[in-house]
Write a protein of this length. Structure first.
Length: 446
């Protein structure tokens, strides 16, 4: 995506419906489908999102929120993808917006180049080799203001800085680092967030109805209801590694996936661990009803080029019938999809491993199953790292039909880390990574 692209198209807002939307033709050609033997999983379609200036997009939804987009285009919508009903149409969600890291005096600072950016729910259509934006819904507070993507709490979240890491930016209790998305039968949305970590119920027009957070978080000052309904042990989530995956089971229950193992009892234990957690939430009871231990494969199995266990993440979970889920284990360069079933016997909710004084912690166990912990059984469905044409950093997966998946990548708004992310005029030096939707056909279905 060129930050200086010409012919960038405006975003329109529906006045009659009262719901913001964009009808934007993204005329960027993608490469041809990757060839593969018919008996193997293979790419059957690749579609690309064209250049849409971030300021134009954001200000059409909430006027005046972005005064300078620094040449950044809309991106980051690959945080998740969920079927929207019609063929080729999906709901997606942005994350907290353009952000990066710059080292200053030996310490990494988190930068927010467009601090006014507001996370949005974006409806897209895959048409040929193009991803078109059909609709966009800003996520807002109870009073209709932007939630923003800014860090919530000093001392718990990364301190926010300007694009060049020179100037502190204010924290915002409303801020959300949105990731997973599903749509409920009543038209409302459920999202997950990495900061709390939290589960967020959002109206059909994007207003936060309730944010469910861990007990003891003590988040004050938010302009929407905050309910401490999640296990307190989640307070030990790694920085920038809260909830990322979200699935909706046929009965309406939600399953949230922690991106990485908890830092229990400390960061070193979390970095070395291969055990993370899934939680089941009942919207009817407004409570967590089950918790499951999920065991990653060794990092060099998931990604043969990687030897750092802390690079393992869950980015997407997909309901595939009954209590079965596809779980995406990934690094930034490779991903594998595992099939699991959420059995009652695997529920560890309320047990010793929800107590942060338990020693050794769940995360410290070299072999949780051998220690008597019920770990979810899993079966490999596909190694996406071996499928030609699948991009890196896949964060969203949706089921298209019995044997086809839609994958979407997070392009990080074209940003990179380091002082070279912006030129001398403060304009983005684009990474060139595009947002793509890739269809993969599985020879034996799911």
């Amino acid at each position: 995506m060129s930050p200086h692209a010409t012919g960038r198209l405006p975003v329109r807002r529906s006045v009659a419906a009262g719901v913001p939307f964009a009808v934007i033709a993204a005329l960027v050609a993608a490469g041809p489908p990757a060839g593969a033997a018919s008996q193997d999983a293979h790419v059957v379609r690749t579609a690309t999102l064209g250049d849409i200036p971030l300021g134009t997009f954001s200000n059409a939804l909430l006027p005046g929120t972005v005064d300078d987009d620094r040449g950044i285009d809309l991106g980051g919508i690959g945080s998740d993808i969920y079927p929207a009903g019609r063929k080729g149409e999906f709901w997606t969600v942005t994350d907290r917006g353009p952000n990066g890291q710059i080292k200053v005096a030996g310490t990494k600072r988190r930068t927010f180049p467009v601090p006014g950016f507001d996370p949005a729910i974006v409806k897209i259509r895959v048409s040929g080799d193009t991803v078109k934006v059909l609709d966009a819904i800003p996520i807002t507070t109870s009073s209709g203001k932007a939630v923003t993507g800014l860090s919530n709490q000093a001392g718990r979240d990364e301190a926010p800085y300007s694009y060049d890491a020179s100037t502190p930016v204010s924290y915002n209790a409303n801020g959300l680092d949105t990731e997973g998305i599903v749509r409920a039968q009543d038209g409302s949305f459920w999202l997950v967030d990495e900061y709390g970590p939290s589960l967020v119920h959002v109206s059909a027009r994007g207003r936060v109805l309730t944010r469910y957070v861990p007990k003891g978080l003590n988040l004050t000052g938010a302009d929407y209801p905050v309910v401490e309904a999640l296990p307190a042990v989640l307070l030990h989530r790694k920085i920038n590694r809260g909830f990322e995956g979200l699935a909706q089971l046929p009965g309406g229950d939600l399953v949230m996936a922690l991106q990485s193992p908890l830092s229990l009892p400390d960061g070193d234990a979390g970095d070395a661990s291969r055990t993370t957690r899934l939680l089941r939430f009942s919207p009817k009871k407004k409570a967590v009803t089950a918790e499951y231990a999920y065991r990653f494969d060794p990092v060099n199995v998931v990604d043969p080029s990687e030897d750092d266990t802390s690079e393992l993440k869950i980015s997407s979970v997909v309901a595939v019938g009954g209590d079965r889920l596809l779980v995406e284990e990934r690094t930034d360069k490779a991903a594998r999809l595992q099939l699991v079933k959420l059995g009652r016997s695997a529920n560890i909710l309320g047990g010793p491993y929800d107590d942060d004084t338990t020693s050794p912690s769940l995360e410290q166990l070299d072999d949780p199953a051998a220690a008597g912990v019920a770990v979810l059984d899993k079966r490999l469905v596909v190694d996406l790292g071996k499928v030609k044409g699948v991009p890196g950093k896949i964060e969203g997966i949706a089921r298209v039909d019995h044997d086809t998946l839609a994958l979407i990548n997070d392009n990080d708004f074209g940003m990179t880390d380091g002082a070279g992310a912006f030129d001398a005029q403060g304009r983005l030096v684009d990474s060139g990574i595009e947002t793509t939707v890739t269809y993969v056909r599985l020879p034996h279905g799911i």
